[in-house]
Design a protein around this ligand. Structure first.
Ligand code: ADP
Ligand code: MG
Ligand code: MG
Length: 885
């Protein structure tokens, strides 16, 4: 069939689709790949992702072709294992596993030991000579199948197990013998019959089809949908289903199961890393039922743990596993995340995939692998998700700060986070939406908590190891996480926790250090990050491969300094309005705005000139000879007006004008729609003295800095909100005139440019004409998006989310450029502008300048630079390199 692919047991498929992730999902593709290179993979088959969509669209039914193909798949496994599905004497058991193109929490949990019933359990016992193992497998199967396929609450089963242990005086599952498991199976079946009104399915084919249907249906579950939305995974992909012969890690002390990474996923260190459990099955390692053991001797010793590592306890199987690690890394040229089982000393591979990793680990591995000759620089650049760098660009805990340590858990995902304690995902989300920093504190997490983990600044769990759900998801999301803090206990009834010897209430602030596992009381101070080591190396490679320059949007000397440290090659947008708000200045600004005439305005502007000049001086000094684009005053004047009687009274005193008079003037400035009102270049046209003052401040500062240092600043004066050529013509003449005046006074000339922001559709359309007056364009895509979509960005929050949910816009157009629509205007303006001025300099200074998808568009459009906020500069450098490759 076109829809079912066999793997293992000597199956050789010539169909290229058999190893194509889009067809058989990531898990299926890699199982086929591993089997193909001769690794011990239990035989099985994969039902393709296409069937998922068909099934969910066609009223949830399977057609005859598929039934026949699945029957052939089962025969393939039967032949390879010499067992028969449903046979009472020699039964074949299988696992049923979901597997989308990308690994996806929220999908159906795997069902193990499928094919067991009252008859086959006896065959399994006889065949293995181990009745305890057989009944243990059966009770696991009933519980799992009931939970994930039949939709019954797992608590009833867990409670029944607890009671059974209590009745027998046992503490641990391992104390349960065959007869105890057998009795429990009886109870489990009774629970199912009672809850469902019909017995647990004994027909193995009914079991199989039930599990297959459940996998496909789980694609539509709410959890899966939330995850897809957060990760931009298309609904249409669907999941595959893998059916695979069981191998047993629960056949006594020579059997085991485990998970491993070929390198440390938290630090990137080249050392095997993983966890395993003797005499256990499947999810036991990640579920936190028993504490998993270390894989390697070195890791065990470092942690000071007692239970033997796999390296020590099963040296043969371990050596085999280590050889597989080496082989897989060479084969995939990447760090692998591996699941394995040892059955009576024999190793089986159950999964491999490129492992999730922290940003820090991603950098280290990429740089190391280039060094090892495993990959080239371009691959290393492509492999890092630019947005993941964000994790490294934020402050870490100040090493000199006092730490009030409450407890220590496992360093599951690095980075530091402070926030208010919350005990459930919904509360985390609600508080985070309100703008609060929260730490999600749970006994352990499950896929149901995804939205809360996403909302939280950090995650703390009481149970679970380094490969627990919390740890894996947190690393993927870049959230700091401390897992397995056994000194933590939570009382949900009173919404309090004990951490070590102290009580913590919901809302109390704690700090996590995901790099060493510390849980601390209160908020611990942080320090700025630096681009050194692997980060620096990768950035150098990125710089070598990119064409576009990367500038920053900054308006204070401090921001400029940060941006330069992050590699900014100039300022793409220095807004001047914030400088007007600074203490001591706002009064002069208000006097200027409320003055009755030009003379009054000039008097107030004269007070602002030296202030503004010194602002520009310090910025030019920091930027040492790099280009600095300064935007002249842009916002509507009413934004600077006094609020409330006290401010009016203060202003009255400063100006000697009456409060009533001032209030009347303020009233005259009222606008109904200020964002489309008296702002931008319209201010310069009507009150030229404002722009004159700003231009003078810029040129005087530039001359002074040029005199003092060798690096002559390169000011680029930018006129905002231009719609017509004439506006720019008038204002450019004004700026040029001031420049001539200042240069004459200072007795020196400086290179400078006058250009404009393209942020109105008319400006984009008329770009050919406007370019005759402009040496550069900077696409102000925030306003251009607002004016093109007719969407007010200050009011969009109310409806943009539902818009994105319904696919009206694929992403928030203020975050990621609407390439289809707004992008056309950018392309058109670039083309028309360059047609009249071939060397027109083009850049982008909206928020989009720091968004990788938008940066790729800018590269395609041939812009000269992107400009991003300081902390986004390294992200932009990497994204620009990826776009150029
Ligand atoms: P997930 O995607 O949640 O990791 P998997 O399908 O990989 O789910 O299954 C989880 C675990 O179940 C595996 O890591 C493995 O330990 C166990 N498992 C799955 N299939 C088999 C099998 N055929 N034999 C033994 N164990 C299995
Ligand atoms: Mg798995
Ligand atoms: Mg604007």
């Amino acid at each position: 069939s076109a829809y079912v692919f066999h793997f293992g047991g000597g199956a050789v498929s010539s169909d290229s689709r058999a190893k194509d992730k889009t067809i058989v999902g990531g898990k299926g593709a890699n199982l086929a790949e591993m089997a193909g290179i001769g690794l011990p993979v239990p035989p099985g088959f994969t039902i393709s992702t296409e069937v998922c969509a068909l099934y969910n669209e066609n009223g949830k039914t399977f057609d005859e072709d598929l039934r026949a193909a699945v029957a052939r798949g089962v025969s393939h496994i039967e032949a390879a294992t010499a067992r028969t599905f449903g046979d009472a004497a020699n039964p074949l058991l299988v696992s049923v596993r979901s597997g989308a193109r990308v690994s996806m929490p929220g999908m159906m949990d795997t069902v193990l030991n499928l094919g067991l019933n009252d008859a086959t359990v006896a065959g399994l016992a006889a065949g293995s000579g181990d009745a305890r193992f057989a009944w243990d497998s059966y009770r696991r199967f009933i519980q799992m199948y009931s939970d994930v396929v039949l939709g019954l609450d797992h608590h009833r089963f867990e409670d029944a197990l607890e009671i059974a242990k209590e009745d027998n005086g046992f503490f641990n599952d391992v104390e349960m013998g065959a007869e105890h498991w057998q009795a429990l199976v009886g109870e489990y079946k009774a629970i199912v019959a009672e809850e469902l009104g019909r017995p647990f399915p004994q027909d193995v084919h009914e079991q199989l089809w039930g599990a297959i249907a459940a996998v496909f249906e789980s694609w539509e579950s709410d959890r899966a949908k939330v995850y897809r939305k957060l990760n931009d995974i298309p609904q249409g992909w669907g999941t595959a289903v893998n059916v695979q012969a069981m191998v047993f890690g629960n056949m006594g002390d020579t059997s085991a199961t485990g998970v491993a990474f070929t390198r440390d996923p938290a630090t990137g260190e080249k050392a095997y890393y993983g966890e395993w459990l003797v005499n256990a099955q499947g999810e036991d390692v990640v579920a936190g039922i028993r504490t998993p053991q270390y894989l390697t001797k070195a890791a065990r010793e470092r942690a000071g743990a007692k239970p033997l590592s796999m390296e020590e306890a099963m040296p043969g199987a371990y050596a085999e596993l280590a050889a597989v690690f080496e082989l897989l890394e060479k084969h995939y040229c990447d760090m692998q995340d591996i699941e394995f089982t040892v059955e009576k000393g024999k190793l089986f591979m159950l999964q491999t995939r490129s492992g999730k990793r922290t940003a820090k680990a991603a950098l280290k591995m990429a740089v190391d692998m280039v060094g090892e000759g495993l990959i080239d620089e371009a691959t290393a650049i492509r492999r890092i998700d630019p947005m993941a760098l964000d994790q490294l660009l934020h402050p870490t805990l100040d090493p000199k700060a006092q730490r009030d340590v409450l407890a220590r858990g496992l360093p599951a995902s690095p980075g530091a986070a402070s926030g208010a304690v919350v005990f459930d995902a919904d509360t985390a989300q609600t508080l985070a939406e309100r703008g609060d920093a929260v730490i999600l504190v749970r006994v352990e997490t499950s896929p149901e908590d995804i939205h809360g983990m996403h909302a939280a600044k950090g995650i703390l769990t009481a149970r679970g190891g380094m490969t627990s759900h919390a740890a894996v998801v947190a690393r993927g999301m870049g959230r700091p996480c401390v897992s397995g803090a056994s000194a933590l206990s939570i009382d949900m009834a009173t919404r309090t926790a004990r951490i070590g010897s102290r009580e913590v209430k919901e809302g109390d602030v704690i700090t996590l250090d995901g790099s060493n596992g510390d849980v601390m009381a209160g908020k611990v101070p942080t320090v700025e990050p630096e681009l050194v080591g692997d980060f620096g190396t990768l950035m150098e490679w990125a710089d070598k491969h990119r064409r576009m320059k990367v500038r920053t949007n900054a308006e204070t000397p401090l921001d400029c300094q940060v941006a330069r440290q992050f590699g900014a090659e100039g300022i793409g947008l220095c807004r001047t309005e914030h400088m007007f708000f600074e203490a001591g200045r706002i009064s002069a600004v208000r006097q200027m705005i409320l003055a009755d005439d030009e003379a009054g305005r000039r008097a107030a502007l004269a007070k602002l000139l030296p202030e503004q000049r010194s602002d520009f001086q310090s910025i030019f000094e920091v930027m040492a000879g790099l280009p600095v684009t300064i935007r002249l005053l842009d916002p509507p004047l009413h934004e600077f007006l006094p609020h409330g009687d006290a401010e009016f009274a203060e202003l009255a005193e400063a100006t000697g004008l009456g409060v009533d008079h001032l209030k009347r003037r303020a009233g005259e400035l009222h606008e109904f729609n200020p964002m489309l009102g008296h702002r931008g270049c319209r201010l310069g046209i009507t009150f030229p003295e404002i722009y004159e003052m700003q231009a003078r401040a810029i040129f005087e500062a530039a001359c002074d800095v040029a005199d003092q240092s060798g690096d002559a600043p390169i000011p680029e004066v930018m006129i905002p909100l231009v719609a017509t050529r004439r506006e720019l013509e008038i204002l450019r003449a004004l700026v040029d005139r001031v420049a001539v005046e200042v240069f004459a006074e200072k007795g020196r000339m400086l290179e400078y440019m006058v250009g404009t922001m393209i942020e109105l559709p008319r400006a984009a359309l008329m770009a050919g004409e406007i370019a005759e007056e402009a040496k550069f364009f900077s696409f102000g895509t925030n306003d251009l998006t607002q004016t093109t979509l007719g969407v007010s960005r200050d009011d969009a929050a109310r409806f943009l989310n539902p818009y994105v949910d319904q696919g009206i816009y694929p992403r928030d157009p203020f975050v990621s450029l609407d390439i289809e629509g707004v992008g056309q205007l950018v392309e058109l303006a670039a083309e028309r502008g360059r047609s009249t001025r071939p060397h027109l300099k083009l850049g982008i200074c909206g928020e989009h300048g720091g968004d990788p998808a938008s940066i790729a568009f800018c590269e395609k459009t041939g812009l000269d630079y992107v400009s991003a906020s300081p902390y986004r500069v390294p992200i932009a450098r990497l994204a620009a390199a990826q776009a150029a490759l």
